[in-house]
Design a protein around this ligand. Structure first.
Ligand code: ATP
Ligand code: MG
Length: 137
């Protein structure tokens, strides 16, 4: 059993596809162990994406991630980290496999509908960033 962090990003929240995205997880063996809607501050977004701070798109990424509310979730299940990444599809929706969340709901390589932790180690850090233990059930 693994846990991973998922974020439904501002573009997808704005398009009212929260339910459709949550259904992808629940229909594919990932249980929602925690969930909340939050508006990230610039500091939150910069800290969360700190690994990308030297990248040319960093400033835009922080602006985008703070442009509206997001929905943050802990997904739990067998191979949850890899399964979530598979359901999400490639970072650039133009390269995402048909039927993936990004192929179906993303706008662009930046406004790409969802975030998912990329390793078990980062999943633990990212879950701790957003949730207290008593919020994960
Ligand atoms: P995430 O970390 O959000 O799950 P990812 O792991 O598929 O996405 P990363 O390389 O970690 O991709 O990039 C983090 C985020 O930064 C992307 O999801 C996207 O929103 C943005 N991003 C990545 N590459 C670019 C780019 N070339 N131009 C603009 N934004 C980008
Ligand atoms: Mg990433």
């Amino acid at each position: 059993m693994e846990r991973t962090l998922s974020i439904i990003k501002p573009d997808a929240v704005q398009k009212s596809v929260i339910g459709k995205i949550v259904d992808r997880f629940e229909s594919n063996g990932l249980r929602i162990a925690a969930m909340k809607k939050v508006k990230l501050s610039a500091e939150d977004a910069a800290n969360f994406y700190a690994v990308h701070k030297e990248r040319p798109f960093f400033k835009d990424l922080v602006e985008y991630m703070t442009s509206g509310p997001v929905v943050v979730m802990v997904l739990e299940g067998e191979n949850a980290v890899a399964k979530n990444r598979e359901l999400m599809g490639a970072t650039d929706p133009k390269e995402a496999e048909p039927g993936t969340i990004r192929a179906d709901f993303a706008e662009s390589i930046e406004a790409n509908a969802v975030h998912g932790s990329d390793s078990l180690e980062n999943a633990e850090k990212e879950i701790r960033f957003f949730f207290a233990e008593r919020e994960i059930l």
